[in-house]
Write a protein that binds this ligand. Structure first.
Ligand code: GCU
Length: 413
């Protein structure tokens, strides 16, 4: 794919990249607990009343952009429920449509839940790259209706989902393992909310809110903002699904959708837990670390992901009023899990680990389980999400979700 056509999943990587740990210059992280007036939010009350809202607003204004807060309705219809004996699951597709005075945005949420469950179960919610048909070989799963990125590897062409992509990402979604452990899995094509290319914000959810962009200007939402907003809409859709327990919803995402999962769960307290898989720069990795992808690269290669204000920070990361440990801390005291892959140096595994470590100060200040609510692993191998990663996420969810959600929801309401 040509670098400048803006239509492939990722343009080629730049050559001016540092992969030498010894060459990473020193940097200082902003204290996540310090309010803008210098006061330290060392108590739960101060954190939730002052510092947390301040940080959330800063991430929206400077990085991911502000999403509209109102002005839409959501229509949900159950399309089909099928019993899938092989997976021990009941599979259901929910058609939904977001409507504003400017137009309609249709989408499909695909949900597997354990067939034998006698009560609502916790659910993983995550966006996929190429359409619901790509996450499982099942020939009856409806293909993505809208624009999908070209990717010759999967035989996609003309920006329409083709059968060649059916199941091409199945290894990333081990449905049978998840269902066997007593969890549901819900996924939706990210392009249902915003196709992943730079079109000046004329498509997807952006097109439904033109006045919002006019008012918010350089602080208006980019694609990650629209995907994160979409994750919250998926929670709204799930309200109709009595197989899942809405108090135990886990936001999960790989790579750009790991960035998205973190931002979605930071904003929406209905997510009881967040998982970032290889989210890298712009996600869990500290922006100030000059290692692998940099803020400048993000802005150059994916100008549509973040808000206009974020462009100011290319090569000026030290000017950011926060770093990504504070994004993780916005989850506190809800559990958050970050995973890296040892060969995924572009995503800066060490920067992801250091962000988790630095977020610990906020978790400790809030008591509860302290920094034990932050999970991390680095797996041998490349940029991907594997059954090994999922096994750890399921263990972490088992250990944390059954006790922590009540307190978190009380604090964040
Ligand atoms: C590119 C991009 C990363 C992103 C990744 C992905 O590599 O530079 O920031 O995480 O694509 O989403 O797969």
């Amino acid at each position: 794919m040509a670098a400048r056509d803006g239509l492939s999943v990722s343009p080629p990587r730049p050559l001016d990249v540092n992969y030498d740990e010894a060459a990473v210059p020193a940097y200082t992280l902003p204290d996540a607990l310090s309010c803008s007036d210098g006061k330290r939010a060392a108590t739960t009350k101060l954190w939730f009343e002052r510092r947390r809202p301040e940080l959330l607003a800063a991430f929206a204004r400077e990085m991911y952009g502000e999403a509209p807060r109102e002005g839409w309705t959501l229509q949900t219809d159950r399309a089909r429920t099928l019993h899938v004996p092989l997976e021990g699951a009941l599979r259901c597709e929910w058609h939904f449509e977001v409507r504003t005075s400017e137009g309609r945005l249709p989408g499909t949420l695909l949900v597997w839940a354990p067939a034998g469950a006698t009560e609502p179960v916790p659910v993983f919610v995550g966006l996929n790259f190429f359409g619901n048909q790509s996450v499982h070989p099942d020939a009856t799963i409806e293909p993505a209706r809208g624009w999908v990125p070209n990717n010759p590897e999967y035989g996609l062409s003309d920006h329409r989902a083709s059968d060649a992509s059916r199941g091409c990402h199945a290894h990333r979604w081990p449905v049978a393992d998840i269902v066997r452990r007593g969890y549901a899995l819900a996924t939706c094509y990210a392009g249902d909310f915003d196709p992943d290319f730079d079109d000046g914000f004329r498509n997807g959810a952006h097109a439904l809110f033109p006045e919002h962009r006019a008012t918010a200007g350089d602080g208006a939402w980019g694609a990650i903002g629209a995907w994160a907003w979409g994750m919250s809409r998926l929670l709204d859709v799930l309200e109709a699904d009595d197989r899942v327990d809405l108090r135990r919803v886990i936001a999960i995402g790989h790579s750009r959708f790991g960035k998205t999962a973190l931002w979605a769960a930071a904003q929406d307290a209905r997510f009881a837990m967040a998982i970032s898989n290889c989210s890298g720069r712009g996600g869990a990795a500290l922006s100030r670390r000059a290692f692998g992808e940099r803020v400048r690269h993000l802005n150059e290669r994916f100008p549509h992901w973040f808000c206009g204000n974020f462009r100011r920070y290319g090569d000026r990361e030290a000017k950011l009023p926060f770093d990504q440990h504070a994004l993780l801390a916005l989850m506190a005291p809800r559990p958050v899990y970050v995973a890296s892959a040892s060969e995924d140096l572009w995503a800066d595994p060490q920067g992801e680990f250091l962000a988790c470590q630095a977020a610990g100060a906020v978790y400790e200040a809030l008591g509860d389980r302290g920094a034990d609510s932050i999970g991390y692993h680095v797996r041998p191998g490349v940029h991907d999400i594997t059954a090994f990663d999922w096994a750890h996420y399921l263990d972490f969810a088992d250990a944390h979700l059954w006790t922590s959600h009540r307190q978190s929801r009380r604090l964040l309401r």
